[in-house]
Design a protein around this ligand. Sequence first.
Ligand SMILES: [Zn+2]
Length: 423
Amino acid sequence: MKLLCALLVFVASASAVKNYAGYQVLRVVPHDMEQLQRLHDLYNLLQDTVDFWKEPTRLNQPVDIMIGPNLVKDVKLELSRRDLDFSIYVEDIQTNIDNERCTDCVNAKAGFNYNIYHSADEISQWVTAMATDYSIVTEINIGKSHEGRDIKAIKISSGGRKRVIYIQGGIHAREWISPATMMYMANEMVTNYGVDSAVTDMVDNYDWYIVPSLNVDGYAYSWTNDRMWRKNRQPAFSLPSCVGTDLNRNYPYKWGGIGASPNPCSETFYGDAPLSGRETSVVHKWLQRFSGNIALFIDFHNYSQLWLYPWGYTHDKDIRQPHKDLQHALAIKATDALKVPYGTEYFVGMSGPDMYPAAGASEDYGYATLRVSYSYIVELRDEGNYGFLIPESLIEPSGIETFEALKVLGNDPLPKGPPIPVV
Ligand SMILES: [Zn+2]
């Protein structure tokens, strides 16, 4: 009987996973301002009904639109009606989901396998195991998520109290390459400490806090129910039938501005109030203990290969941001190093003006609220061949190249520069 129950639960949970058969991603590239404007109009019309993997930004930058089978025909017609050429970028999303996992990679290595994706529970257990295995690692329990999971950080420190480098991954649930890359890099730091002088120095220079999976409920849900889930799992107070706040629109600085939606059903819903997201709120409270002592803040996402700094909330490049030259120069150094292993190119720029404005996002929070001189939002691989569905075979390249960037940052003195303005 027990076995039957277990089997039924398994079948029920297996069948609950959303199937993406027939879902496509269409790509449109705007080549002149008129086309870009038409794409913006289309985005404003459809943003609450279809999922823009990449929204309109600037000329020659692709716009990727995921569409369910019931809307494929209509959206294609709408694009044609607006005289916008498109290509079918992903023919069938379910096929890419099926190809994401590398079945023969499981058990490929002794010990923890960094070449595969891990569930929320496994990531949590990994933090504990790292703290048990390595004296320079401490497990930090930051607090509980909306559904009661532990939000954890791994602290890497060789002792004393140093300036802090704070890194977070997985704020958007479906961007699995982000937590995987965080874990890969943490392991590189820990296992090469005392072996590789650049790694030893980066650990001796700063206290590192890495949150591999901030949106832990959303991440778990992207495993059990919907691979394409982005937000957290908190029902909106104003409309409880809509679940999830976009945590990367929920930060307090310029909350509720452009690029964030008031619609609780939207993928970019900014939440009921600034820091109303349980996870953003819990981590924010915890970060207060480092007040004035954080040298570098990075929030890792995917995809697009971008290394961006504030401001994110505005189109306007001329609004005072006295650290932009310092931030730009450091990002160039980091991305130059990142390029060495595989030739992977990143775009470096100011988030809002150079890409698209998103108010209430992490890079502005790091800079304006936490007052960190070097605050970045990074979009990891790729440029869209796989988008959110980076195959497991590419975890290691992502880890290796991003760690090259991190080594540069950890070996930089990160001078504070001028005072951060209150604007
Ligand atoms: Zn993201």
